[in-house]
Structures are given as C-alpha cells and as structure tokens.
Design a protein around this ligand. Sequence first.
Ligand SMILES: NC(=O)c1ccc[n+]([C@@H]2O[C@H](COP(=O)([O-])OP(=O)(O)OC[C@H]3O[C@@H](n4cnc5c(N)ncnc54)[C@H](OP(=O)(O)O)[C@@H]3O)[C@@H](O)[C@H]2O)c1
Length: 306
Amino acid sequence: MLPPTMGLLTNGSGDSTPLKFLIYGKTGWIGGLLGRLCEERGIPYAYGLGRLENRAQLEADIGSVSPTHVFNAAGVTGRPNVDWCETHKVETIRANVVGTLTLADACRERGLILLNYATGCIFEYDETHLLGSGIGFREEDTPNFVGSFYSKTKAMVEDLLKNYENVCTLRVRMPISSDLSNPRNFITKITRYEKVVDIPNSMTILDELLPISIEMAKRNLTGIWNFTNPGVVSHNEILQMYREYIDPSFSWKNFTLEEQAKVIVAPRSNNELDTTKLKTEFPDLLPIKQSLIKYVFKPNQKSSAA
Ligand SMILES: NC(=O)c1ccc[n+]([C@@H]2O[C@H](COP(=O)([O-])OP(=O)(O)OC[C@H]3O[C@@H](n4cnc5c(N)ncnc54)[C@H](OP(=O)(O)O)[C@@H]3O)[C@@H](O)[C@H]2O)c1
C-alpha cells in the first residue's frame, strides 16, 4: 500500500516543491476518479477547460493554473463503444492524435511532464507472445494490433510521443474499478453482455494503479509504461469471482471470437503485457487476481455471498 501523498514533490536534491496538477478529462471516468483521488490526498488540482486540439486554450490553462504536472485522461473512446470510432474517424484523429500531440507539445514548451493515460490495446497475441505462454509484450515492442481505428490512432500517437522526453505514457487495459455500478467498468460491462468471450488478458485495477500514477508524477517518471497489474485474468475467471462475492445466482453464456465478430464492427485486442518495468519501480504492485479481490470484490462483497 502506498503512503498517502502529502502534496509535496520531492526532487533529487531533497528540496520540496508543492504539487499542483492540471487534469484533462473532467467529465470522463478516469479523469473524474483522478480528481477525487487528489481531493482525498490533499493535492491541489484544477481541470483543464480547453479542448485538446485547441492550443491557445491549453496554453491559457497552463498559464492560469501553473501546474507542476499535467495529466491527460481526455480522449475519444466512443459511445457506446470503440466501434463509434470506425464511423467518426476525423473526430477520433482530432482528439486522440492532434489533441494529445498538441497537449504534449504545449507541456514540453513549458518544461512540464505530461502523464498520458494511453492504451495497451495496441497489441494482440502472436506467435512470439502466445496466449497462455506468460510472455507479455514489453514497453519497447512495436504495436501489432491496428484492427480497430481507435487502436490505430492510439498506436500512431504512442509512436510519435516517444520523441517527447517530457511524456509518461501509461498503457491502460480493460480498466476495472470498485464502482460496479459504472457502465465503463470492465466487470460491469461483461456482466451485462448477453454473451461473453473467454480470453485471458492484462487488465488495470484503477483503485490500485491511479494512486501509482500520482506517485509516478512525484518521481518525475517518463517514457512508456505497461500500466496493468501483473499476470492475466480471463472473462470467466472474473465472472466466477463475481458469482462468488457478489451474486450467487449470476450466470452467463460464452461465445467464440468468430461469433463475437458478428455482433461488433471492429475486432478487439486481446493480449498480455509484461509488467516487469512497473513492478521493479513499484514492488508492492499486486498480481491481477489478488488486486481484483482486494480492491474490487472484497469491498463489494454481499453478506449472502462467499
Ligand atoms: N475506458 C477504457 O476502456 C480505456 C481503456 C484503455 C485506455 N483508456 C484511455 O484512457 C483515457 C480516459 O478514458 P476514460 O474511460 O476515462 O474515457 P471517457 O470516460 O470516455 O472520458 C473521456 C474524456 O475525454 C474528454 N474529451 C474527449 N475529447 C476531448 C477533446 N478533444 N478535448 C478535451 N477533452 C476531450 C471527454 O470530455 P467531453 O465529455 O467534454 O467530450 C471526457 O471527459 C482515454 O484516452 C482512453 O483512450 C480507456
């Protein structure tokens, strides 16, 4: 468990500077959670007012807030899901490519680190990273999944952002939080689907990892980071835990990837990410199944279950 942030940034020389965060994505899921986390920890923060692609507005935000760090939790994810991006390509490019790059560039000009909540859905299992092999994609691997337009824009922007030494790219995957009423939560999504595939994947428990992203800002970390819990968990394993801890009467139906392809527009990515780099920096990081139980299922456990 990480100690609560004291609202101070300790630099290498031992001096302390007060933290102040500028956050984009006020109305979004991750941006909303991040703001609440700052409040709980007494970290001063403000939400950016600008649209990402509007450089003048971003510069005005940076000028008026004077942040120590900028967090980007803004981006187009599509509603009801990423299939939306297939028919809204220009809007997707505007936010996810033009917008994200504009923010990174504006931050660089001001000497600010940008912590960017990106995605790990830019990889898919292949012959050197076989499903079940335990061999995950590493930070330096080249994305091999561009099956959806959403993933394609995210892979493009990640590649360009490598040139910005002020950017910390956090590859989030299939995020899960303890709020099981949130329709964006991966668990909530799969409990509401008529049928689900059953594939092991790397996933991000936000309750554990969002505080780590704050800690990463304090440590001024940059570069690419696989931002998931170690290991993989399958859809059925999650649904079994759901039945055990939340609803003993819960049941579900599986279908194959081929059958799933008939009800979605763009293919979805399935992969394991190698978390050695993150685990080395944060040795207490829990394996995915332990994190699910500690942060999600135990706190939501119904007295009649388990
Ligand atoms: N949720 C996931 O499954 C998932 C998985 C991996 C990675 N991520 C990434 O994590 C980030 C945050 O995800 P999320 O689930 O919190 O997304 P979300 O709930 O859909 O929220 C997106 C946020 O981005 C803002 N936004 C969109 N376009 C913008 C623009 N051009 N300028 C400024 N703000 C803009 C939205 O504001 P408005 O409402 O004002 O448009 C909203 O506040 C995204 O980049 C996403 O790709 C998400």
